[in-house]
Ligand binder design. Structure first.
Ligand SMILES: [Zn+2]
Ligand SMILES: [Zn+2]
Length: 136
């Protein structure tokens, strides 16, 4: 994590390292509020406020360490940008499942070939919304 920050010209401050640690332990995308709850449990960092955490999340996003996921909620959710995958999201509770599909990646990769306006596509995001087995 330290190298990841340094490579991108960011100082590995205790707050940044703690935030990245929370992300590396989280199985699902999380928002500033959840990061804040975890950070406030750390004695040395408990004075960090939610606005500072949000700013840190944005800077970690702009340097490409975190990725913002559109879960159609009121707050922004992020996850580590290290491995490419998609999500299925329950619109009733907070259940989220990751999925990957190589066929889908192939299809999405071929879309731009047929485009009259676009030369290349750098990235994509895809989230599926529905009800989980508990809510359906
Ligand atoms: Zn659900
Ligand atoms: Zn994909």
């Amino acid at each position: 994590m330290k190298e990841m920050l340094n490579e991108r010209g960011y100082k590995a401050t205790p707050a940044r390292l703690a935030i990245l640690d929370i992300f590396s332990k989280s199985k699902f995308p999380i928002n500033a509020e959840i990061v804040y709850k975890n950070i406030s449990k750390i004695k040395a960092l408990r004075k960090t406020n939610e606005a500072t955490i949000y700013r840190t999340l944005l800077s970690l996003e702009s340097c490409g360490i975190l990725k913002r996921i559109n879960l159609r909620k009121n707050s922004a959710y992020f996850e580590l940008a290290d491995d490419h995958h998609h999500h299925i999201v329950c619109t009733k509770c907070n259940e989220i499942e990751d999925f990957e599909n190589s066929e889908l990646e192939k299809i999405l990769g071929g879309i731009v070939v047929k485009s009259s306006k676009f030369k290349n596509v750098r990235e994509h995001s895809l989230e599926l919304f529905g009800l989980c087995r508990m809510c359906a």
